[in-house]
Write a protein that binds this ligand. Structure first.
Ligand code: CTP
Ligand SMILES: C[C@](O)(CO)[C@H](O)COP(=O)(O)O
Length: 227
């Protein structure tokens, strides 16, 4: 299998409330983004890693992540957009055409493990579109604008979706182009493929694969890493 990894890191990290983009904050002495790239760098099927960064942070990322640590794969930096979806689009359209599979990952998910990525890649090869996810542990409520409960979906059908999300290259590019044409913005990439009428498989991931979003997530991630 020839696959590309696209790791998006061009967000602002507003919910983290830090002056530095959260992907450059450190866990156990290394930047969050370093860990998010590492699992992909170790997989033979992955032929390249495209990292999507904001224009202002391009040089910082090159010096403090790409050059500072040793990666086996070629790492290409491309510019991000104002929304995650636009960043992903710029990433996927800058992948090699001879890589038939693309794994899209949040730079803010540093605890992803090599074995979990391999599982997702294998499933994507069979099913064309997959996302990692974990069954939700809490009861989920749908509420109205004033926080009154409208309904309670059956938990056995609810999964919290993570990245990587892995797709056949042509399919994910087509799905993004259609979303752009329609002015549709989604919070992940599978929704864009769902809109085309394709079945997307959820592959069981790992509860530790958290997204670093708010300050307490850094403490949790560091605790997991130390284990
Ligand atoms: N315009 C954007 C927005 C987000 N991302 C990336 O998408 C991932 C998931 O997004 P999120 O956790 O929402 O990150 P931020 O947008 O940085 O956070 P916030 O919403 O708190 O500002 C992150 O790795 C982030 O860098 C991106 O590449 N381009
Ligand atoms: C793609 C994602 O990580 C799946 O859980 C998530 O939807 C990103 O959302 P955010 O709004 O960018 O935090």
């Amino acid at each position: 299998m020839n696959a590309s990894a696209v790791v998006v890191a061009a967000g602002k990290g507003i919910r983290m409330g830090h002056t530095v983009n959260k992907v450059y904050l450190t866990i156990a002495g290394k930047p969050v983004l370093y860990y998010s790239l590492k699992a992909f760098d170790e997989i033979d099927w992955i032929k390249e890693i495209v990292v999507v960064v904001s224009k202002e942070e391009m040089e910082y990322c090159q010096e403090n992540v790409v050059k500072k640590y040793i990666f086996k794969k070629p790492i290409k930096l491309v510019e991000g957009g104002s929304e995650r979806q636009y960043s992903v689009y710029n990433g996927i359209t800058n992948t090699k055409v001879d890589c038939e599979i693309i794994a899209i990952h949040d730079g803010a998910r540093p605890l992803i493990e090599k074995e979990t990525v391999i599982k997702a890649l294998k499933e994507a090869y069979l099913h064309k579109a997959v996302a990692l996810g974990v069954p939700v542990k809490d009861t989920i409520k749908v509420v109205d604008g004033k926080n009154f409960i409208l309904n309670t979906p059956d938990r056995k059908y609810l999964w919290a979706i993570q990245t990587p999300q892995v797709f056949e290259r042509n399919l994910i590019i087509k799905a993004h182009q259609k979303a752009l044409e329609d002015g549709f913005l989604g919070t992940d990439d599978t929704i864009l493929v769902e809109r085309l009428g394709y079945n997307v498989k959820v592959v069981e991931g790992d509860y530790r694969n958290i997204k670093i979003t708010t300050p307490e997530d850094l403490i949790v991630a560091e605790a997991f890493l130390k284990k």
